[in-house]
Design a protein around this ligand. Structure first.
Ligand SMILES: Nc1ncnc2c1ncn2[C@@H]1O[C@H](COP(=O)(O)OP(=O)(O)OP(=O)(O)O)[C@@H](O)[C@H]1O
Ligand SMILES: [Mg+2]
Length: 501
């Protein structure tokens, strides 16, 4: 149970902050105060202005107007260095790591220990890095270049980097989206420890369960405006959702299949990497949930079917015909799509605009003799931007400028436009707000109703139970169970996911 400290003075206060970008009022007179030693959750839909507010606090972006007070006194924060000197540290939603540099160099970037004549003291650097990582509880090899690390471990490096500055105000912008449950538990322990020493933490996440577990107070933004600040203990999940979305969202409704047809995909005794003897099928019009603990082999299964990883043995058939998928190009050609988990790296071209990204993999559909039929391309993209409520001033906006969650929705749009017979989603709603989540679920169901077979990997059991017609549970590279929607419960799924018979 988080304890709030009503008496504690404000460590930071942002007063009347406004910020606009061409075509977007990102923040409109927002006031936000964080007490000493509290964990303050910052909530809001994708594009509500959370990251922008924190970038202003961190000196990464200038505000158009407003003031920042630190310990009761006005301060000017005009650069990240200013913020660092004032004891403010930020873990960004988009990682800020230098891919080719080692873990240790990234943690202490610009603050490396140097000896006489500025020579780097490598031994010291590595030791210091090991110490910080020990605090985080994840002993990474400090000499590894960060581009060789998994997304989760890159996230750990970001956290270590922020901790190493010994900040008194620590901002975490969706730190949990890439972490496993164990790593998340460790992060929460760390946050509680920091809190006890008087550090103030701003915590941003779309997973409401986390807010109740770790935060003392919560502030909600909507469309760049302050909506509510409240004690977490007095608030319910429904309150948070209503403040964020401005209406009730029914999270319990299920979305059953309209009509289930013949098998689209048949997999027989598939072995690949950690995968052992996987046998299952997916029918036309069906949504099948694929769940299990992190590391059970769910992503590996999707990658093997997509031709991204080699298959050792077994049979794969599409609509009754045996197929060999030896590359993602093969997969796309025969109508298999994969919306990857790691969207920043695999899903988007950040420098291109929303329209270009959306139609990237389905251009052929909009081409006559090699010419893109621009008007159709635009109207289809606009339709999806509306359906997914992607917050963007126009479909010509560069994807780089969208909020994190809205970038994710663009990746979904890209695959929703492509004409696949089989579409696999890996954690499709990670980092997406509750309202948009419900919309994405409906879109996935609509696709299935149009005859696409769908495999949806998700760690969120409520989501799996909501839209799956059947549920596959994996455990240590094997299929542990196939459950019908009617017989599935969270408890049964967890039973099989943890190795139960
Ligand atoms: N550099 C930029 N150029 C143009 N528009 C921007 C820029 N940065 C942010 N925006 C816009 O400002 C608004 C707020 O974005 P912000 O990133 O703060 O949202 P967020 O609340 O963090 O959302 P998410 O939950 O998706 O991360 C969005 O509409 C976004 O598109
Ligand atoms: Mg954000």
């Amino acid at each position: 149970m988080p304890t709030s400290q009503p008496e504690a003075p404000l460590a930071v206060e942002m007063i009347g902050i406004s910020k606009s970008f061409p075509g977007v009022q990102a923040l409109d007179g927002v006031t936000f105060g964080v007490r000493r030693g509290e964990v303050h959750a910052l909530l809001g839909e994708n594009g509500a202005g959370k990251s922008t507010l924190m970038k202003i606090l961190a000196g990464a972006q200038p505000a158009d107007s407003g003031e920042i007070h630190l310990g009761g006194k006005p301060v000017r924060i005009q650069s990240p260095l200013d913020a660092q000197r004032l004891g403010i540290s930020v873990i960004y939603q988009e990682f800020n790591l230098v891919p080719a540099l080692s873990v240790a160099e990234n943690i202490f970037l610009g603050r490396e220990p140097t000896g006489a004549a500025g020579v780097m003291r490598w031994k010291q650097l590595f030791q210091d890095a090991e110490q910080v990582l020990a605090r985080v509880g994840v002993p990474l090899e400090v000499r590894t270049p960060v581009d060789r690390l998994s997304v989760a471990h890159q996230q750990i490096v970001e956290i270590a980097k922020a901790l190493s500055t010994n900040a008194s105000v620590l901002v975490m912008d969706e730190p949990s989206s890439a972490l496993t449950d164990r790593e998340l538990e460790r992060l929460f322990e760390l946050i509680r420890g920091l809190k006890a020493t008087g550090v103030s933490v701003v915590y941003i996440s779309h997973r409401l369960e986390e807010i109740f577990e770790i935060a003392d107070r919560v502030t909600v933004l909507r469309d760049g405006q302050h909506v509510q600040t409240a004690d977490v203990t007095g608030a319910t999940r429904a309150d948070l959702i209503r403040w964020m979305v401005g209406r009730e969202v029914d999270e319990t409704a299920t979305l059953p299949a309209k009509e289930i047809g013949a098998p689209t995909l048949t997999v027989d005794s598939l072995c690949a990497g950690v995968l052992r003897d996987i046998t299952f099928h997916l029918n036309r019009g069906e949504v099948v949930g694929l769940t299990g603990l992190v590391g059970a082999g769910r992503t590996e299964l999707a990658r093997a079917l997509f031709g991204a990883d080699p298959v050792e043995s077994g049979r794969v058939a599409l609509a009754g015909e045996d197929v060999r998928v030896s590359s993602p190009q093969d997969a796309v050609r025969i109508g298999i799509g994969l919306v990857p988990e790691d969207r920043k790296l695999q899903g988007l071209v950040l420098g291109m605009n929303v329209r270009e990204n959306s139609t990237l993999s389905s251009l052929a559909k909009f081409c006559t003799f090699g010419f893109v039929r621009g008007c159709e391309e635009r109207s289809e993209t606009q339709r999806l931007v509306d359906a997914l409520s992607i917050r963007t001033p126009s479909i010509e906006q560069t994807v780089q400028n969208l909020s994190g969650g809205n970038q994710q929705k663009v990746v979904l749009a890209k695959w929703l436009l492509s004409e696949c017979r089989l579409l696999m989603f890996d954690e499709p709603t990670r980092g997406v707000d509750v309202g948009a989540k419900a919309e994405i679920h409906q879109l996935i169901r609509d696709l299935a109703d149009r005859g696409v077979a769908i495999l949806m990997i998700s760690s969120e059991l409520p989501e799996v139970l909501k839209i799956s017609d059947r549920i596959l549970v994996m455990h240590e590279g094997r299929l542990a169970a196939t459950l019908d929607r009617k017989e599935a419960t969270q408890e049964r799924i967890m039973h099989f996911a943890t190795g139960g018979e």
